[in-house]
Design a protein around this ligand. Structure first.
Ligand code: SF4
Length: 222
């Protein structure tokens, strides 16, 4: 009991919490609460959340749980920045699961995902060369995923596409986890990427960032 109380007083550094439409992954289109942590140890060339690199505010787990209870939604996504930089994040995930939330995490793929409860749905990037961060991929993470989890390749050009195909083949990812492929917004032509996928019959779910079509691409907190 005391331990539980103490856990709820622990903190995370957050940039924002908001309620919106899930824009990427197999959950795309569903109402979802986003908890965006502050800070990232990568610098992807095409990053669209640089505003989450610095600043932020400390929130206790108790305050977070109370805050999100205002929304009629049981789907929560932990995102960033890089959420796995926050040492109390696994605790928050446990508390959310205990309260009946479905918990997703979006992570860069360079931090050990096994620190999380196995019921958390991991949406994990494999960084392609165009990100400038492909050397940081923790390949062991691919073995830590299961069928409910998702691997995302963000594609900037043909080199990235070929890299993704090689990773899918080398690690035997054709059947599990789920595979996602997105064009870098405003850089990679979506029709061209669709053409490559169709030509190869690649077993990936192509996705656009839905929220950028509903709201202006530069809008924060949506
Ligand atoms: S891992 Fe995510 S938050 Fe960090 S730099 Fe890359 S895209 Fe941005």
């Amino acid at each position: 009991m005391v331990e539980k109380f103490e856990n709820l007083q622990k903190t995370l550094r957050l940039t924002e919490i908001f309620y919106s439409i899930q824009g990427e992954s197999s959950f795309m289109g569903l109402p979802c609460i986003f908890i965006r942590t502050t800070g990232c140890d990568l610098r992807c060339n095409w990053c669209d959340t640089e505003y989450a690199f610095h600043g932020g505010e400390k929130w206790s787990l108790e305050r977070i749980l109370r805050h999100i209870a205002q929304w009629p939604c049981k789907l929560v996504e932990l995102t960033g920045g890089e959420p796995l930089l926050q040492k109390n994040l696994p605790l928050l995930a446990d508390e959310l699961l205990e309260r009946g939330y479905t918990v997703l995490i979006e992570t860069g793929g360079h931090r050990d995902v096994s620190v999380l409860n196995r019921h958390v749905v991991k949406i994990m990037d494999v960084k392609c060369p165009g990100s400038g961060e492909s050397e940081t991929n923790d390949w062991e993470n691919l073995k830590r995923l299961d069928q409910k989890d998702q691997v995302k390749f963000v594609i900037k050009d043909r080199t990235d596409y070929d890299f993704a195909c090689e990773v899918i083949g080398c690690f035997g990812l054709q059947n599990s986890p789920k595979l996602l492929m997105s064009p870098v917004f405003g850089v990679m032509d979506a029709q061209q990427l669709a053409g490559w996928i169709l030509h190869d019959g690649l077993p990936v779910r192509m996705q656009l960032q839905l929220h950028k079509f509903i709201w202006h691409p530069d809008t924060k907190g949506v």
